[in-house]
Write a protein that binds this ligand. Sequence first.
Ligand code: ADP
Length: 354
Amino acid sequence: MKRSAARRRTKLFGLLRAFRDAAVALPDALVAVDADYRIRWFNTAAGSMLGIDYPRDLDRRLVDAVAIPGLKEWIDGGGIDPLSDVTSPRDPELHLSLRLIPYAEGHALLLVRDVSQLLRVEKMRRDFVANVSHELRTPLTVVHGYLDLIEPEQIPEFESIIRELRSQSRRMTQIVEDLLTLSRLDAEETLPMSRVAIRPLVTTLHRDAEGLSRGRHTISASIEGPHDLQGSSRDLYSAFSNLVSNAVRYTPVGGHIRIVWTSNAQGGRLSVIDTGHGISPQHLPRLTERFYRVSTSRSRETGGTGLGLSIVKHVLQLHDAHLEIESEPGKGSTFSCVFNPEQLLLPELVSEES
Ligand code: ADP
């Protein structure tokens, strides 16, 4: 009996050691914490990534032992979403992603990954797209310029070809411009913010819609609420006009389009409402992906690049705002840009009088 108990114990110890050795050997950092977020155990990678030492930091509270800005707020908030792209306190070149995983009553595991390589690849991808777009810009301008010099009517046998060439080179130019806009927005963490007066903006959007529609739709605009926006005027205009252009392009002749601004103490909302083709629910979550289209042919026929809603999403993210989409196939769609109260400004007296 005694001998078999001893054998079992040795086997269990062996297993425990193997588990511990495996955890120690992991390239990811692991820190086991108790209910007070005090450090109970950590592996070698945790030492080098988080700058904690054995035995000095055992039993210390995680927030006292690990010098990462925002760590306390993240833990106080329950650490539900990963804390992404933080710099290692021991090596500023190291970018980390932190996850908190509860595993037994009152225990949690802090899992830390080195995401530097991932971020480098992501940056390479962004730079590549930006460089390709930039390189394409000049040759396209030249092609476009020469095509504009040719009068299709003067060469009747090539008339349709020249018109097609012009339309395709315009489309390519637009794709390149949209990709450059996206690259710029991708690289920005904040935008230069100033007062964006809503009344003239809505008037311009209304005029743009009339221009694009050329009398094929009924278009109206309204403003309910006193506020202006705090934001980047160029980028907000670009986002809103993408929604207006979509409403015109995806609404058949005779349809209605409304541009509505509403604001109150709870926030602001710019909606573009159309009675167009509408979108089936399964497409809605993917609409803001680059080059995602419900119907490629319909998008191309109307001069779409497949990048408009992606631009809208990026611009709104940089304004702490988000896009809401409601749509019913055959009935129409409502695209709303929703802003927090912090982005709203009450009108200045001067602009009231002028
Ligand atoms: P595109 O240049 O193709 O219009 P967007 O990114 O602006 O690209 O839009 C993505 C897709 O979402 C479009 O291809 C279209 O299928 C759909 N979509 C966008 N706006 C509307 C709308 N108002 N009504 C119906 N479909 C829309």
